[in-house]
Write a protein of this length. Structure first.
Length: 289
């Protein structure tokens, strides 16, 4: 199919973009990479009256590490560019690994980091990575700018804290501890498919010891939002990340995850897969500490 008719505009400032989104007389949608929006337009699942192209706003194309060591990614930064950035790959390798699992190169060459986060498919890689890395989201609207934590940003399937008259302008990733290890694992039918279930793990080793100081464990494909399992993290903290500890942690996954059945997999299959992925991811993350 072809999309219904719409107007197109490419503002040069964030203020102009927000003004267009705040216009109550016409429904507007933001387009940057368009890798999710364009198919929805073609299938007429979305019928906006105006598309607001934000790729010509200079400040939204910035990708840099600020003076406090935070990685800041603007809303127009392509996924391929982010994954290839040396600072990102060195300081936030889990994020690079998550991006590299998104679809295929053609998708990553057009899609944006913030676009995937704002679209929020619960089986997607970037929402899971953002929660695991404790990201913050900078949102600008007609009443100013606000910052939202990852825990509060993802609301439901295809729904986030960004209101219709607001624009996600930037995502911010804080620096990771020196003695940390990471892993990102997915269970997929084919390369490039959305994951049936996935997990992101960040472990921190206690200095001078062989025990886990902190842990962050986040699952994708198991609920309408990324799921952080605190019980699993508690099972890992203070342990040596050995076989007994990993078995206990896997048990908390089987007890704590509550996915749904769908045409792709049963809930039981997802739970079993998640527990298996956790053990593999924790083993890899601990080796990297």
């Amino acid at each position: 199919m072809k999309p219904s008719s719409f107007d197109y505009t490419a503002p040069s400032t964030v203020g102009e973009a927000v003004a267009l989104l705040a216009d109550e007389e016409r429904e507007a949608k933001v387009v940057a990479g368009g890798q999710s929006l364009i198919p929805m337009l073609n299938m007429r699942l979305a019928r906006p009256e105006v598309l607001v192209d934000i790729t010509r706003i200079p400040e939204l194309g910035r990708l840099h590490v600020d003076t406090e060591g935070n990685l800041r990614i603007g809303a127009a930064v392509r996924q391929a560019r982010a994954a290839a950035d040396p600072a990102l790959r060195n300081g936030w390798p889990l994020l690079a690994a998550a991006i590299e699992r998104i679809g295929h190169p053609q998708i990553r060459n057009r899609g944006t980091v913030c676009g995937s986060l704002a679209h929020h498919d619960p089986a997607a890689e970037l929402p899971t990575a953002a929660l695991a890395l404790d990201a913050r989201f900078v949102i600008t609207g007609p009443h100013g700018t606000r910052t939202v934590t990852a825990e509060d940003f993802f609301v439901a399937t295809f729904s986030t804290a960004v209101e219709a008259d607001e624009l996600l302008t930037e995502v911010v990733f804080p620096p990771l501890p020196a003695n940390h290890g990471w892993a990102f694992e997915e269970l997929t039918r084919r390369h490039g498919d959305f994951a049936t279930v996935g997990v992101a793990v960040v472990l921190e080793r206690s200095p001078g010891t062989d025990t886990v100081r902190t842990a962050r464990v986040v699952f994708s494909g198991a609920a309408p939002v990324p799921v952080r399992l605190v019980a699993t993290e508690n099972a890992l903290v203070g342990s040596d990340a050995g076989g007994q500890a990993l078995a206990a942690a896997a048990g908390t996954v089987l007890a704590g995850l509550a996915p749904s059945d769908d045409i792709h997999a049963t809930a039981e299959y997802r739970r079993e897969g998640a527990a298996h992925l956790l053990v593999r991811a924790c083993t890899t993350a601990w080796e990297r500490c």
